[in-house]
Write a protein that binds this ligand. Structure first.
Ligand code: FAD
Ligand code: GLY
Length: 375
């Protein structure tokens, strides 16, 4: 490979890197995206595709605000990607039901609904009788549920492919099998990336390597703690649809997909980077799924898989310019919400790289790690 000199090199071809490349290329910026394996094959394809801004948020703050803003971007992003790439990301706005396993959890969910309504969102409490009338396939023993009509879903693998194709069609160069191994830094700038596919001299660099971002950061002496949190999921194929809304309970969630499958997820195993799926995980997920919806016992088995969520010690992603390297930006640590946050991350990072201020990303600055250590 000849030496390349793009304006921006994005490291990592998951949903985050692809979204950043898509938004930058759409603005005419020359971008090279470097992916060590194949685009979208890691956490981003393991995801269930929920855009669960409300269901995944236990308290108010900047994180839920960013999640809500990103969720709102999806209907128009879906149309735009369809027009530009021909790919349908299967945005589905049927809503999501957060189920309570007992009265104490019901109380917690009612409180959650109350602060979300104060923020202007819709969250309706359904008592057990209403719940069973509206979702008759549910088993017994559910103590009510919070219906969240605003939370939606997409096909995660299709979203990554559409963003990648959209980026490529608007001029981005996407390199697979290009692992970034070393950096040459000089005068507080990254001057060169040494990759398995050759050398690159970009003006600006973005770390978007998901659960591997901490390792990448170490290579330039930047502390960016990222904890891999393994998640295992499986898919069943039903003979007839038993429910339309996504069902989300403590032990598992059930996401009905447009192609007749139901995704059953997911375990959470911090620090486990093994690639397989354990028998224990499959057993536990199936047991919970059939307990919630007994009719799922008749569904056909399809497959199981796993992926590594990029977690951070304070639960917030790192989004913004890195400290101590003037041409480095970071976009990683999206943990359980990378699909949901991909829209706001791609748009926001593109704006930052183009020198536009994005105040809503301030709370996510990667500089908070260094600031915390100096205190
Ligand atoms: P990844 O998709 O992992 O991409 C990072 C890429 O960087 C990889 O392709 C990797 O090969 C590449 N890379 C690493 N190192 C290098 C290097 N040195 N050089 C070049 N390339 C490199 N989120 C939701 O919003 N909704 C959900 O319903 C949902 N469900 C989930 C279910 C499961 C089971 C799991 C595991 C996750 C789920 N998530 C969900 C979380 C979501 O999948 C992640 O937050 C998101 O995919 C992270 O995207 P990413 O691009 O940062 O990481
Ligand atoms: N957001 C769902 C998961 O990470 O499993």
């Amino acid at each position: 490979m000849n030496v390349k000199t793009p304006e921006v090199a994005v490291i990592g071809g998951g949903v985050i890197g692809c979204s950043i490349a898509y938004h930058l290329a759409s603005e005419g910026v020359s971008v090279t995206l470097l992916e060590k394996d194949r685009i979208g094959e890691k956490a981003s394809s393991a995801a269930a595709g929920m855009l669960g801004a409300q269901v995944e948020s236990g308290f108010p703050g900047p994180m839920v605000d960013l999640c809500l803003a990103s969720r709102e971007m999806f209907p128009s992003l879906a149309r735009e990607l369809k027009e530009k790439t021909g790919l349908d990301i299967e945005w589905d706005g049927t809503g999501l039901l957060r189920l309570a396993g007992d009265p104490a959890e019901g109380e917690e969910l009612r409180e959650r609904g109350a602060w979300q309504r104060e923020q202007g969102e819709t969250a309706e409490w359904w008592d057990p009788k209403t719940l069973l009338r509206r979702e008759p396939a549910l088993g017994e023993g559910v103590a009510g549920g919070l219906f969240i009509p605003g939370d939606s879903q997409v096909s995660a693998p299709r979203l990554v492919q559409a963003l990648a194709r959209g980026a490529s069609l608007t001029g981005a160069e996407l390199l697979e099998g290009a692992e970034v191994r070393r950096f040459r830094c000089e005068g507080g700038r990254i001057r060169e990336l040494e990759t398995s596919a050759g050398r690159i001299h970009p003006e600006k660099v973005v770390f978007a390597a998901g659960a591997w971002s901490g390792i990448l950061a170490e290579a330039i002496g930047l502390r960016l703690p990222v904890v891999p949190v393994k998640g295992e999921s499986l898919a069943l194929r039903w003979h007839r649809p038993l429910f339309r809304r996504t069902l989300f309970a403590k032990g598992c969630y059930l996401v009905p997909k447009a192609d007749g499958r139901v995704i059953v997820g997911a375990t959470e195993l911090p620090g486990d980077t093994s690639p397989g799926v354990s028998a224990k995980a499959v057993h536990g997920l199936l047991r919970e799924a059939v307990r919630l919806v007994p009719g799922l016992g008749e569904a056909d088995w399809e497959r199981a898989w796993s992926g590594l969520r990029p977690g951070t010690p304070d639960g917030l992603p790192y989004l913004g310019r890195a400290p101590e390297h003037e041409n480095l930006w970071v976009a990683c640590g999206h943990f359980r919400n990378g699909i949901l946050l991909s829209a706001a991350t791609g748009r926001g990072l593109a704006d930052l790289l183009l020198g536009r201020p994005v105040p809503r990303l301030n709370p996510f600055s990667p500089g908070r790690v260094l600031a915390g250590e100096r205190r």
